[in-house]
Every structure is written in C-alpha cells, then in structure tokens.
Design a protein around this ligand. Structure first.
Ligand SMILES: NC(=O)C1=CN([C@@H]2O[C@H](COP(=O)(O)OP(=O)(O)OC[C@H]3O[C@@H](n4cnc5c(N)ncnc54)[C@H](O)[C@@H]3O)[C@@H](O)[C@H]2O)[C@@H](O)CC1
Ligand SMILES: [K+]
Length: 520
C-alpha cells in the first residue's frame, strides 16, 4: 500500500538495524529467499522452456546489496533443485559487507560462477541460450545515473536474449524514485519489490520495465512506513478502505433525499465546444450529485434545453454568440450561490482578459472548485507572474502533463521525468490538491500526501475523458467529501470504470468518454 523512495527505504533499514536489532544479513536472507520463491513460481507457470532438462536460472550479480540478494536467491533456487549459475558483473573481490559474505558462501557451496566480459580477456561472454530465465540482481536502490559498463552491456544482452527476467527489487537501470530510465534498463517480466514498492516501479516508463510486480515482506513491519512519516500510497481499493473507509460498490444511507447529495454547478462548454460541458455535467450526475446545474453562455443555453433532462441549464448573459468571452465573472459567481461545488474549465475557450475573469471567480466563489482544461491555461498564463491568493475553500486542479508544465513554467518532458515530485511540490506551494493525469495519475495534497493510481487503461487517452473526471470529482466534493479523498476516489473510480467499459466492449482502442459515464 505504501510506496517509498530509496532514501525512505534506507531510513527504515537503518531503523531495523539500530533500533530493532535485526541484522542486514537477516534482511538479505529474507529478500533472497522471497526472490527465489517468486522465481520458482514464475518458472512453473506453464512456461515450457527448460521443461525436459529442468529450468536453469542465470543470476546476474552487481557489486552492491542488490547483488547480495541475488546470491542468496541463487542458493535457495539451487536447494529447490533448479539449475543455477552466477554471472558477476564485476570481479567478486569488489563485493563488500553482507554481499561479500554471500559470495564466500556461494564459493564454498561450489555453485558455478563466472565473470562477465565482452572483451577478449580471460573472462567469458555469456552464452545466453544455456539458460531458461534470468534473475536480475545487478543494481537496486543504490543506483545513480545511467548504468556504467559493464552493467550497460549486460543489461542490453540480457534484454536481447529473450529470456524471461525476474528483477530483484527494481529493474536494473531504473531510477528508483522517479521511474526515469536514464540509460539502458532491464525489461523484467516480474519484479519482486522488497518490503515496499519503490516509487520508480509505479511510474512510467519504470512501471513498464518492471512488468508484473509482487511486493514481498522481508522482515520490516508493514506499518513502519507510517511511523517513519511515509505519505505516498498506491491508490487501490485497500488504500481507499484503510485511509478513507471507502469500499465499492459505493453505498447510500436509506433515509436521504436529493439535498443530501449536494447541488453542483458545472461551468463548461461554449458554442464551439458544448460536448465538453455535456460530458462533465452527465458525469457529475452519475457521480451521485443530488442536483446538477449546467451554466453556459445564454445563446447556447437555448439549444441545450432538454438535452439532459436531469440537468438544469443556467444561461449566463453573453454577447449573443454563445461564447464565455462576453460573460461577466459576477454572473457566474451569482450562479454558484447556494451550490456545494463548482466545476470550471472544460470547453470554455480562451479570450482576452480571461485570466482576470477566472481570478475574480477564484477569489469570490467560496465553495469547493475543480479547475480543469482551459481554466488551467488561464491560470498558468497569469499565475507565473504573480501567485494567486490561497482560496478559503477546497481547490482541485486536474492538469494533464502539458497543462502541469504550463502551470509550473517547465517543459512537459520535465514534468514527466518526475511526476510525483512536480505534482507534490506544486500542491504544497499553492495549497491546492493536484491531480496530474496520465498513465498512473498522481493525486497530491498540500500536506504532502501522494496517491499513485492503479486503475485505467490506454483506451482512456481519448477526447472527453478529462471532462468526465472533472465532473466526477466535482460531484464528490459537492456531496461533502473531503478534498483529497474526493480527488483520490474520483481518480480511482474513473480508471476503474474505464477498465470495466473496455472489458465490456472487449476493446481498449474503441473506448470513448461517454462509455465511462455509462459504466459509472
Ligand atoms: N529493502 C531492504 O530492506 C533491503 C534491501 N536490500 C537490497 O539492497 C539494495 C540496495 O543496495 P545498495 O545500496 O548496496 O545498492 P545497489 O545494490 O543498488 O548498488 C549499489 C552499487 O552499485 C554501484 N552503482 C551505483 N550506480 C551505478 C551505475 N549507474 N552503474 C554502475 N554501478 C553503479 C555503486 O557503486 C554501488 O556499489 C536494494 O535494492 C535491495 O535489493 C537487501 O539487501 C536487504 C534489505
Ligand atoms: K535489480
């Protein structure tokens, strides 16, 4: 449930050593055994390779503790009856501490080892076809920068071998904190995360390199992370239940009426982009709101009457063109009166002076607000110069990486290189909840809580799904849900529904935003 950084992991290990008295050797033993057990299970999964002569594992070993874990796993796999051979990336004399102890044990047990070399030296280049699977114990959380030689060559050759790879802790080459791949990286079929999932395996491209992930306990208590102040969580049903007491299907008390579930105002859509507003308003309804009002420029309002019978259309005086450019912020502030939450942004369009228009709303709407799409770009343009004041009520920003980049004055690539870091520092600096969209959306709260979503699929990369998400989160806020909770549940539910819709259609590619609304 917790996701940790390399530094948090080190602090917890230190705590185990010095405060609890469990030695590094014990943790390494547990780690290696867990990796061996998972690798053994993996080799029994109907994988025909090696079935006649028994499955043979090649363990590729680096010089740090990750390598030590690999050496322990080799010993356990050999005991289980697997063919086992060790390939050292560096001369085994270079191993230190617990890893060196494991090296000596391996030697005394007589397990075959060799030293990697791609040069013409006395060491040998591996013949990958002799093995059926690889245990990757080259580099773990102690990695910095791109893998140096000979690690880089081993990684490239292991990937090219086409053998299934089980990675110890993280795929070697991955940045454990950001999910970045600075150089080359193991492409694992399975990653055995030790104690906790590291951030990097939860974020693309890291999560793609990690393949399937299993988290194995190695003797560090599961709740140590909490007492050490870790606030990053995998956003799944277990987290929703433990952190917020939410479980699916979402229930309602029996004795309630529409007033119980809040009245939200959706300010979205214009004559050229009315669909965005339609999707947000419908999603707010399906999100469970008691009442939904949809505010649009007056000229457009006439055309929308009756389009969604459950939604009340509220026309805002415009210049006769159905565009927001002719409206006043004051009129929208009045429309927000008596509502429980506002969703603003999808399909608004842009015009001269739009930032001032939005700032007036920002300052004078005293209920929770979800800011999305065009409204985020209005903010970005103005806020970079002068930060906007802190709102008294809840604020949720739902940028995609491009919008996040504009808000922060950086490039999209910079945002994607450190999704958690960027979302979380923006949230705490500006006192807002940030939902950074994209594969594994991030929810970051101003007080440092971070949730990394586990639902959703690439079919959701299509126009309108963001409008749906804004509608759902706004609906939950309008129902009185706490800000971070509403954002986290909204993100998880949106992804889950996208997954259900895709499986009902038996297609990820043909998923459209309306499908998500239909399946909420
Ligand atoms: N989580 C836990 O409680 C435990 C973690 N253990 C393992 O320990 C690992 C961390 O061990 P270490 O801190 O020794 O670090 P690593 O084993 O990740 O590797 C560090 C070594 O690699 C070298 N190195 C760093 N970056 C490199 C690069 N780019 N190219 C080539 N060489 C590079 C360093 O000089 C250092 O010697 C974890 O990933 C895990 O596998 C276990 O041993 C048991 C306990
Ligand atoms: K590894």
């Amino acid at each position: 449930m917790y996701i940790v950084t390399a530094q948090e992991m080190r602090a917890m290990e230190e705590h185990m050593f010095h405060e609890i008295g469990i030695s590094a050797l014990v943790l390494m033993e547990n780690a290696g055994r867990a990796i061996a057990e998972e690798a053994a299970q993996f080799s029994h999964r109907g994988n025909t390779r090696g079935s006649e002569r028994g499955f043979r594992w090649l363990i590729i070993v680096g010089k740090g503790n990750n390598g030590g874990d690999g050496l322990v796993s080799a010993r356990h796999l050999a005991e289980m009856g697997f063919g086992v051979e060790i390939l050292y990336a560096v001369h085994p004399d270079q191993l230190r501490g617990e890893a060196a102890i494991q090296r000596d044990i391996i030697k005394k047990l007589g397990i075959t080892t060799s030293l990697y070399s791609n040069e013409e030296s006395n060491a040998q280049e591996p013949q990958w076809s002799r093995w059926d699977g690889i245990i990757d114990a080259l580099l773990g959380t102690g990695t910095s920068g791109e893998p140096r030689e000979p690690y880089a060559s081993i990684i490239r050759q292991a990937n090219a071998s086409d053998l299934p790879i089980v990675s110890a802790d993280i795929p070697s080459g991955l940045n454990a904190d950001t999910g970045e791949i600075p150089g080359t990286c193991i492409k694992a079929a399975l990653t055995v995360a030790l104690s906790y999932c590291k951030r990097g395996v939860m974020i693309y491209p890291g999560s793609e390199a990690a393949g399937e992930i299993v988290v194995r306990s190695i003797g560090i208590p599961a709740d140590l992370a909490r007492s050490m102040g870790v606030k990053t969580y995998q956003l799944d049903e277990a987290t929703l239940s433990r952190r917020f007491g939410i479980s699916f299907p979402l229930n309602r008390k029996s004795d309630t009426h529409k007033g119980t579930y809040g009245h939200v105002l959706v300010a979205a859509g214009s004559s050229s982009m009315s669909g965005a507003g339609l999707l947000s308003a419908k999603a707010a309804l399906r999100g469970g709101s008691g009442l939904v009002s949809w505010a649009v420029p007056e000229q457009l309002a006439v055309k929308l009457m009756g389009l969604i019978p459950e939604v009340m259309i509220r026309g805002i005086a415009d210049a006769g063109d159905g565009q927001w450019s002719g409206t006043t912020a004051k009129a929208l502030i009045d429309a927000a009166e008596g509502k429980k939450a506002v969703i603003i942004g999808p399909g608004l369009g842009r015009w001269n002076g739009d930032s001032e228009w939005l700032l007036e709303l920002w300052e004078n709407v005293t209920i929770p607000v979800v800011v999305d799409a065009d409204a985020l770009n209005m903010m970005a343009e103005d806020r970079l110069a002068t930060p906007w004041p802190r709102r008294s009520a809840a604020t949720v920003l739902t940028p995609h990486p491009g919008e996040m980049a504009r808000l922060c004055g950086m490039s999209t690539e910079q945002v994607q290189r450190d999704r958690i870091g960027v979302a979380s520092s923006y949230a705490s600096q500006h006192h807002v909840v940030v939902v950074l969209k994209g594969a594994h959306s991030i929810v970051a709260s101003p007080d440092g809580e971070i949730y990394v979503n586990t639902t959703g699929n690439p079919g959701m990369s299509t126009g309108g799904t963001g409008d749906v998400l804004a509608g759902i989160i706004g609906s939950l806020l309008g129902q009185g849900m706490e800000t971070t909770q509403a954002a986290a549940l909204g993100v998880y539910w949106h992804g889950l529904t996208g997954d259900r819709a895709a499986s009902a259609r038996n297609s990820v590619a043909s998923l459209i935003a309306s499908d998500i609304i239909d399946f909420l």
